[in-house]
Ligand binder design. Structure first.
Ligand SMILES: Nc1ncnc2c1ncn2[C@@H]1O[C@H](COP(=O)(O)OP(=O)(O)OP(=O)(O)O)[C@@H](O)[C@H]1O
Length: 332
């Protein structure tokens, strides 16, 4: 299959996306005493043509607001966003960038093919309808009404629509939210095939494994800032270390936690009832202290995985909606 987009090189050699000191604030909610919300708080980022980049972060991290500025849907409070060296709105108008958003935009009574044909007719130049349907993996569903398509199939249809202008940059904001594992896998299989043709792809996700499996590069966002940026392996290395946990004698936890916190190389000490979980560079020293001095039992030492790295870098985001569970099927 051939594609006509020339995403491996920007026309002027410009990066696909360049964000400089990007800030977006929102006023406090009416009647609230809170201060303004700094949704994006000084983001500098350069994405080269052809990269596949995941924005990974917990709820409220600032992913959507950042992508909205890349798409020209909202203006920065300060700083700048450029797409292939242009202002985002110009890039959208010329078809250099398009987006797959989570909701909206589909008419329930049209079929899949009718939908693609209708949107294609709004572009001055568009990819052929049947080619786009094929590329989005929709050939067998082309005559199905949108209302009869599953959530995952409707997302593939939105993907097909985003492909129509043959954009050099495709932006996807949590494209698989609400899909089950098998629908997510199907969606990413389709995306993999398309991205291998050299298109630049930037997507936001809560799913660690999705970022790991699909992106070349992960940009970890928390509190409106980039807290890590690199390949999965690099991110793991940035937060390398081991987790040592043990059960402590009743009544001794608070004192032991205080002692553990001041040990050289200890990054984090967490209390879980009578157990403590310590993240440290030197796990042997911590294990010795726990067993010999603090009366610890049931010792466990675990090498930090990507999940631990994520929590170390963002602060524990488990409650904020980041999906840390492994989906082995996705990570093929
Ligand atoms: N229009 C708005 N008015 C006020 N606050 C907003 C607005 N849009 C976003 N925010 C706030 O900005 C912060 C960042 O939100 P954003 O939607 O960018 O995060 P996110 O990382 O995409 O989160 P999620 O994964 O939950 O979609 C949040 O605190 C959010 O409540």
């Amino acid at each position: 299959m051939t594609t006509s987009h020339s995403s491996t090189a920007g026309a002027s050699g410009a990066p696909a996306v360049e964000l400089r000191s990007l800030v977006k604030t929102f006023p406090p909610r009416r009647g609230s005493h809170d201060s303004e919300v700094r949704a994006v708080d000084g983001v500098d980022l350069r994405i080269e043509p052809g990269e596949v980049v995941a924005f990974l972060g917990p709820n409220g991290a600032g992913k959507t607001t950042t992508l909205d500025m890349v798409l020209g849907l909202t203006d920065p409070t300060s700083g700048s966003a450029e797409v292939f060296g242009r202002r985002p709105r110009q890039a959208v108008v010329t078809g250099s960038v398009s987006a797959v958003l989570q909701t909206g935009g589909l008419l329930r009574d049209l079929t899949v093919r009718e939908t693609v044909r209708m949107i294609a007719s709004t572009y001055a130049v568009s990819s052929p309808v049947d080619e786009v349907i094929d590329r989005a993996g929709l050939r067998s569903l082309a005559d199905r009404r949108v209302s009869k398509c599953s959530g995952g199939e409707q997302q593939r249809l939105r993907f097909a629509l985003a492909l129509l202008p043959d954009p050099r940059l495709l932006v996807l904001d949590e494209p698989t939210a609400g899909m089950d594992v098998s629908a997510r896998r199907d969606f990413w299989d389709t995306m993999h095939a398309d991205a291998s043709a050299g298109r630049t792809v930037v997507f936001a996700t809560h799913y660690l494994e999705e970022a790991d499996a699909f992106a070349d590069r992960i940009v970890l966002i928390a509190g409106g800032r980039i807290v890590a940026d690199g390949t999965t392996a690099e991110i793991r290395a940035q937060a390398s270390g081991r987790t040592v946990s043990a059960t402590l004698p009743p009544g001794s936890v608070a004192e032991s936690v205080a002692r553990l916190r001041v040990v050289d190389g200890v990054r984090d000490v967490e209390e879980r009832g009578s157990r403590v979980v310590v993240t440290a560079a030197d796990s042997d020293a911590v294990a010795r202290l726990l067993l010999l001095d603090l009366g610890g039992t049931d010792l466990e030492i675990v090498t930090a995985g990507l999940e631990q790295a994520f929590m170390t870098l963002t602060g524990d985001s488990r409650d904020a909606g980041v999906v840390l569970a492994h989906d082995e099927e996705l990570a093929r």
